[in-house]
Design a protein around this ligand. Structure first.
Ligand code: SF4
Length: 338
């Protein structure tokens, strides 16, 4: 590690104290439950969206014990709309594992063994709550450090990621340094200054050390060759409505898109839907275009009054009970519950 990079941690710490984010609902917390909850929610989700969910979760589940004691359906219902539902299932499994072992472990190595906690999240919890001197390396931090160090290797390779992680660990503050502020500083720098497009190098506290900036190569780093392949899918949704207003919901399988959530019966074609409808008059509702990370999903909802047609596996749910069910965001919107 070049001598000049010893200045990285002090410059970052100084900047974080002056210009970093201190007003986030989880800022300054040293409670592993709160730090973990915020870290999991922030994966693939914007801070602005997470704020309300974080508050609601803490209101309902004030401790890891309360979360562990809840039913998975209740957790999924509170999570509905945040997306990436495997996070909610892992959240519940992790809470139960923590309670079973009698509390949170204190090291990143042990934290990483819990359900749904990856290495960067484990290092974040250990740094924030226990001052462990390990760097985080989520997508934002990978970008910052790849630029700072002009790290040429393709980050689609896990060997390259491991090498970048060793370099990241070499940058952390000396023994006794402020690991929580440093970790928050890395997150803030990636979110506020060293952004994917048009980074604000002129306002960057580590600009004097930045190799990509010195070499005029900021736009080409980081390198990552693997592009996610998107696919497109079309489905038809059948909204059976009973005379008392109840609707028929089915629970999705435990794996795949919307795993464990409750939705309307889903069909692969209009013909399949008509067959299931057994001649019932179908009211077409506006189509829904739902973008997931890997999938553009077009849904065609149709509403019909139920008059005894055979139903697939599922249950009738009346309007007042809907809040107890984990519903995907497009269904909430369709039912005007969003
Ligand atoms: Fe990122 Fe620019 Fe700062 Fe380098 S100088 S770390 S590219 S914001």
């Amino acid at each position: 590690m070049p001598e000049a990079l010893k200045a990285f941690a002090p410059l970052l710490l100084d900047w974080q104290r002056r210009a970093g984010r201190h007003e986030l609902p989880w800022s300054g917390s040293r409670d592993p439950y709160r730090v973990w909850l915020s870290e999991i929610m922030l994966q693939q989700t914007q801070v602005a969206t997470v704020r309300a969910y974080y508050r609601r979760f803490l209101e309902r589940f004030g401790s890891v014990e309360a979360l562990a004691a809840a039913s998975l359906d209740e957790v999924l219902a509170l999570w509905a709309g945040l997306g990436y539902y495997s996070r909610a299932r892992n959240l519940h499994a992790c809470a139960q594992a923590v309670v079973q072992r009698g509390g949170w472990p204190c090291s990143s190595a042990e934290l990483e063994a819990l359900p749904g906690i990856g290495r960067s999240t484990a290092c974040a919890i250990a740094a924030f709550c226990f001052g462990e001197r390990r760097s985080i390396l989520d997508g934002n931090v990978r970008r910052v450090l790849a630029r700072l160090l002009a790290f040429e290797e393709d980050l689609a390779s896990s060997a390259a990621q491991r090498r970048l992680w060793s370099l990241a660990d070499a940058l952390v503050p000396e023994q006794g340094g402020d690991m929580p502020a440093y970790t928050q500083g890395l997150m803030d720098l990636g979110a506020l200054v060293c952004t994917p497009r048009q980074p604000r190098c002129e306002a960057c506290p580590v600009q004097p050390l930045c190799a990509a900036q010195a070499q005029g190569r900021v736009a080409e780093l980081p390198r990552a060759s693997r592009k996610l392949k998107r696919s497109r899918r079309e489905n038809w949704w059948l909204w059976w409505q009973r005379a008392d207003g109840a609707l028929w919901l089915q629970q999705r399988p435990p794996r795949g898109v919307w795993a464990g959530l409750w939705t309307l019966p889903l069909y692969n074609s209009e013909a399949e839907l008509q067959q299931a409808g057994q001649g019932a008059a179908m009211e077409p509702l506006p189509r829904i275009e739902h973008a997931l990370t890997h999938l553009d999903w077009v849904l065609h909802p149709r509403r019909a009054a139920w008059q005894g047609a055979p139903l697939p596996e599922g249950r009738w749910v009346v309007a007042e009970e809907l809040v107890q069910y984990g519903l995907p965001a497009p269904l909430k919107k369709l039912l005007d519950l969003a």
